[in-house]
Design a protein around this ligand. Structure first.
Ligand code: FES
Length: 96
């Protein structure tokens, strides 16, 4: 169940991306954090306890929102704009 429910920018251009292997759609102007939390209830699980995390500061300061792309690149979700074709992996650390 998504944590966020879109109430604005519903008419902005759609941007296709992949989230944990599933095809998803965000909107132009979304950050990765917005795009992910519009589809899911967390952006990652903490390395320490496995508990779900959804970001905290929303401004690039707390480091709570790191996600990984399928190619291994790590990005801060709250400060990275969504781009078409991104393949985001939120569950890699728990699977390892
Ligand atoms: S939510 Fe704090 S750095 Fe992204």
């Amino acid at each position: 169940m998504p944590l966020l429910h879109r109430i604005a920018r519903k008419d902005h251009a759609a941007i296709a991306f992949i989230l944990d292997g599933s095809a998803c759609e965000g909107r132009a102007g979304d950050t990765l954090l917005t795009a992910i939390l519009s589809q899911a209830d967390a952006v990652r699980q903490t390395e320490f306890s496995g508990q779900p995390r959804a970001g905290f500061c929303q401004m690039g300061a707390c480091q709570d929102c790191w996600v990984t792309l399928a190619d291994g690149e790590r990005l801060r979700a709250c400060t990275t704009p969504l781009a078409a074709g991104m393949s985001i992996v939120t569950r890699a650390r728990l699977a390892a």
